[in-house]
Structures are given as structure tokens and as C-alpha cells.
Design a protein. Structure first.
Ligand code: PLP
Length: 402
């Protein structure tokens, strides 16, 4: 294999070399952070230092930051907290169930950790509205307004989409939630580190982030919970994380993600500028070299690193495998759809056309990508697409095999 060009940074990122160093040091922080002795306290201080770095990155207070086992767990924690409060309300107010706000508004293009959790809660009696998106994957704040009922207790809309990169009008939606006194959650796993997030400028009650999407290791999630919120834990046990998430802290993961956010604060602006230039070069190059393609996602309200393209007449899976043979790592649909032939729910929500969902490929750039990487992809892709189209019955029936 000539080289590896990793363009799947929305699935996960490689660990930053500085984060690696921080991990190597944190391995020796063996004490239990709950212990009063010195080894315990050393681990405790390292954790609190990381918490402060992350809080300052989004303009929050350290006590509003909660560490979880993943971004998925953070999303589940929010939805469970709402569900748990509804359940308690139903028992306490058994005669007046209408007082319990059991309606949740979300979108059709959320991450599976939101959608599948809500599907489960629907079976337990929660009322869920899945808002549609337009052809760019944007949510119209007016549709959020229209979906609100007296029983709405939560609005959960992702900040930016992992598959197509579309950035949602979070400020407007958060404002609608505030005006209606409804809790607002945003899954900012993909937005974090790619666009500035400042919760002092937005009315956000819950916000999710994840370490492995920002050059820290897998298995560490972050949940911002606004001070004063009625919170119900997902995991019970000891008094960790101010009684909001039990389990002995993942000291190494927490120190690592703290370091990752410290680095983002320093480097994200220049890194993102570089990634955006490379993404535009890739997009332009594809337009010039390959016919019958379309871009999925918003033309400019989009993450600087994410480009999603439908190559008509062929399957995303075959493109992915051919690209991998040339050392290019991309994805089709979401990582979770990979391995099944289910079309991506995100592309389906855009076009409602399973064929175009099948042929969609996500290129997600990272801080390490170079100009040469993009040149290499632009050299390798046209023959891959041409070869696959020549074998495609769909293509042959359209072009008579020419
Ligand atoms: C990756 C991702 C998650 C899940 O984070 P994990 O730490 O992998 O569980 C949630 N939401 C979005 C938008 C993501 O891209």
C-alpha cells in the first residue's frame, strides 16, 4: 500500500501527540480520586484541572461539567433524566397526568444515541416529534415553534450533523425553548472543536461532547448540565461527579480530554481554516473530475471538515472498499450503518431516495491532513468511480453501457 489517507475523522480521530504525553503521565495517577490520601488527591486535582479547561472552553462553570463513559452515554443521560422526571411526576401526580410534560421534540437526523433512545422511550409512553429537515439538512426554527405543545418538556437538536456536516440554527432554537420554558439539549459532539461554542451566548441546558472526536481517546464523554437543573442520574452508586454519575473516575481519559480541549482552544481556529481550504479543494476537484455527483449538506452552514457526496448509480460500500484498497479511509452512511445495507437515515431524510443514500460517501478531514492527501484522493477517485459505474446495471441502463 502506497500511503494511508485518513478521511474519517467524524467517526473518530487519532490521538494528538501532546495528548499522548498527557496520558503517559496520567497513568501514574493511580490513586482513587475519592480517597483522602495524597495519591488519591493527586488524581482528584488532575481531574478538576481537566474539568476547568473544558468548562472554560465552552464558557461554563467547572461544576456544570460532568464526565461520562462516552458521548452516547451523555446523550442517554439527558434523555433518561427527562424520562425519569416524567416518571416521577406521573406517580406523584397520578390524578393529573396532563401536568407531566411527556413530549420531546427532536430531529430526524440525530445521532443513533438520541434516536434509538427516544424510540425506546416512545414504547414506554413518551410522545416524540421527529422534525423534518430541508434538502440541505437544516431544521427550520419555525417548525420547532409549531411542534411545541403544552406537554413539551425537552427540545433536543444536534449542533452539527456527523454525516453531512450541516450546522443547525442553534441560537434561534435555544431562544424558542427559553421563551417557552422548555429544556434545551444539543448534541455538540461534532461541533466541538470545529466551530466556536459559547454557552453564555446561548440558552442551553444540556450539551454533549466526546473525547475521541477531538483527538483524545475513546471512552470519555462530556455533559454540560446547567446549574440548578432538576437532574436524575443514569448510573447510581457512589458520590462521584456530584452524585450525578457514579463510577470511579476514568482519570486517564479525563486528563486526556482536558489536554485535548486545551489544545483546541489554542489551535482550532488555524486548524479549521486549513481543513476548510482542503475541503474546498476536494469539492472543487470532484466537480471537475467526476460527472453525476451531488453534494449532501448545506453549501456554507457546514462543518469546515465535512464533505458528503453522492456518486450516482453506485453503492457507497463498493466505493469505500475500493478506496480502502488504495489506502483512503472514508465512510458511507454513519459508522453505525456500516455492515448493514440499511441506507443512512440522514441522507434519507434529505432526499427520501434510498439509491442516493446508498451512493453517498463522507469525507471528514482532520488536523493532520495535507494538500498531498487531497491530491492523492483526486488522483485515485475518478478511476474508482468509473470502474464501478461500468459494472453498475443502473448506470448501464442510463447510459447504454457507454
Ligand atoms: C460520535 C458521535 C456521538 C457518540 O459519541 P461516542 O463517544 O462515540 O459515544 C454522538 N453524537 C454525534 C453527533 C457523534 O458524531
Amino acid at each position: 500500500m502506497e500511503r494511508t489517507v485518513y478521511l474519517d475523522n467524524n467517526a473518530t480521530t487519532p490521538v494528538h501527540p501532546e495528548v499522548k504525553k498527557a496520558i503517559a503521565e496520567a497513568i501514574d495517577l493511580y490513586g482513587n480520586p475519592s480517597s483522602m490520601h495524597r495519591p488519591g488527591q493527586m488524581a482528584h486535582y488532575a481531574i478538576e484541572e481537566a474539568r476547568e479547561k473544558i468548562a472554560s472552553f465552552i464558557g461554563a462553570k467547572p461544576e456544570e461539567i460532568l464526565f461520562t463513559g462516552s458521548g452516547s452515554e451523555a446523550n442517554n443521560t439527558v434523555l433518561n433524566s427527562i424520562y425519569c422526571n416524567i416518571y416521577a411526576c406521573n406517580i406523584q401526580d397520578a390524578g393529573k397526568k396532563e401536568n407531566c410534560q411527556n413530549h420531546i421534540i427532536t430531529s430526524a437526523i440525530e445521532h443513533p444515541s438520541v434516536i434509538h433512545t427516544l424510540k425506546c422511550y416512545e414504547r414506554r409512553g413518551i410522545d416524540v416529534t421527529y422534525l423534518p429537515v430541508d434538502k440541505f439538512g437544516s431544521i427550520d426554527p419555525e417548525n420547532v415553534n409549531k411542534a411545541i405543545k403544552p406537554s413539551t418538556g425537552l427540545i433536543s437538536i444536534m449542533y452539527a450533523n456527523n454525516e453531512i456536516g450541516t450546522i443547525q440554527p442553534i441560537k434561534e432554537i435555544a431562544e424558542i425553548a427559553r421563551k417557552n420554558k422548555i429544556y434545551f439539549h444539543t448534541d455538540a459532539v461534532q461541533a466541538a472543536g470545529k466551530i466556536p461554542i459559547n454557552i453564555t451566548e446561548l440558552n442551553i441546558d444540556f450539551l454533549t461532547m466526546s473525547g475521541h472526536k477531538v483527538y483524545a481517546p475513546k471512552g470519555i464523554g462530556i455533559l454540560y448540565v446547567k446549574k440548578g437543573i432538576k437532574f436524575c442520574p443514569l448510573i447510581y452508586g457512589g458520590h462521584h461527579e456530584r452524585n450525578r454519575r457514579a463510577g470511579t473516575e476514568n482519570t486517564i481519559g479525563i486528563v486526556a480530554v482536558g489536554k485535548a480541549f486545551e489544545l483546541l482552544a489554542k489551535n482550532m481556529e488555524s486548524d479549521n481554516k486549513k481543513m476548510l481550504a482542503l475541503k474546498l479543494k476536494l469539492k472543487q476537484g470532484f466537480w471537475e473530475r467526476i460527472p453525476d455527483i451531488s453534494i449532501n449538506g448545506h453549501p456554507d452552514k457546514s462543518l469546515p471538515n465535512t464533505l458528503n457526496i453522492t456518486f450516482d448509480y453506485i453503492e457507497g460500500e463498493s466505493i469505500l472498499l475500493s478506496a480502502d484498497f488504495d489506502g483512503i479511509a472514508v465512510s458511507t452512511g454513519s459508522a453505525c450503518s456500516t455492515g448493514s445495507l440499511e441506507p443512512s437515515h440522514v441522507i434519507m431524510a434529505l432526499k427520501d431516495n434510498p439509491e442516493s443514500a446508498h451512493g453517498s460517501i463522507r469525507f471528514s478531514l482532520g488536523r493532520e491532513n495535507t494538500e498531498e492527501d487531497i491530491d492523492y484522493v483526486l488522483e485515485k477517485f475518478p478511476p474508482i468511480i468509473e470502474k464501478l459505474r461500468k459494472m453498475s446495471p443502473l448506470y448501464i441502463s442510463n447510459y447504454g453501457g457507454k
